[in-house]
Design a protein around this ligand. Structure first.
Ligand code: SAM
Length: 232
């Protein structure tokens, strides 16, 4: 059984998709998707040899090597044209690293229909990257597991991305970048919990921060104010 986090990621994969799971580690996610009959083909990309070997052995052991290709590769280099990948999953890494992986090989995204991303932090940086490149955030989910909050961002290319045309799309606001356009609409209990916790942390930091650190105080106050506005 998958963790709640990976299960939620899996739920966003389109039925019948050809999936690349980048940074697959143990390859649990593609194995689950094939076993469930959601998909028929996946590439599991992993840049570190240890996890790559474990994943490869695991996929062989469960006899899925005809459907899941485990590849030792950096980022999107795992994807080859003939794979006809249309869903890319990148989960369990920092938001900045996810943006960098996507940015490093952006041409490979031209045939992709859906990105399912689960950044562990810096969600705003990742949303900004998606927005700048012409991806639209079509769905989001926030969950709490073992005391940690996780956000999942699902994005699809707009014509701006696929045809390189000038953006006429509405751009995300600063609030949407920070809190997530879909999560903001929903304002679920878990969402509120996450941002209440963040606000409490900021309060604690501000309490300890010397008065003379004016710039830092202004920055943290502004952050706190944004949180308080959306929690109202
Ligand atoms: N995706 C799995 C999940 O969500 O449970 C595994 C997450 S694990 C914390 C992150 C994995 O990404 C590690 O196995 C790491 O080696 C791999 N990784 C980091 N940078 C990578 C890159 N540039 N290309 C491929 N894999 C990468």
């Amino acid at each position: 059984r998958l963790s709640q986090r990976l299960q939620s990621v899996a739920d966003f994969v389109s039925k019948g998709a050809r999936v690349a799971d980048i940074g697959s580690d143990h390859a649990y996610l593609p194995a689950y998707l094939v076993q469930e009959g959601t998909i028929d083909f996946a590439v599991a990309g992993e840049v570190v040899e240890g996890p790559f070997n474990i994943a490869k052995n695991h996929i062989n052991d469960i006899n899925l090597h005809n459907k899941i290709d485990v590849r030792l590769a950096n980022g999107l280099a795992a994807i080859e044209k003939d794979d006809q990948i249309d869903n890319i999953v990148i989960a369990g890494m920092g938001g900045i690293l996810i943006s960098e992986i996507l940015d490093a090989d952006i041409k490979k995204l031209k045939q992709v229909k859906r990105l399912i991303l689960q950044p562990n932090n810096h969600e705003d940086t990742l949303r900004q990257w998606l927005d700048n490149q012409g991806f639209r955030i079509v769905d989001e989910k926030i969950l709490l597991e073992a005391g940690k909050f996780y956000e999942i961002i699902v994005a699809e290319p707009t014509d701006c991305f696929t045809e390189n045309s000038v953006s006429t799309d509405r751009k995300l606001s600063v609030k949407e970048l920070i809190f997530g356009p879909k999560l903001l609409l929903d304002k679920s209990d878990i969402f509120c919990k996450k941002w209440e916790k963040e606000r409490d942390t900021l309060n604690k930091i501000l309490k300890r921060l010397p008065e003379e650190q004016v710039a830092k105080r202004v920055e943290l106050q502004a952050k706190k104010q944004k949180i308080e506005e959306i929690l109202k």
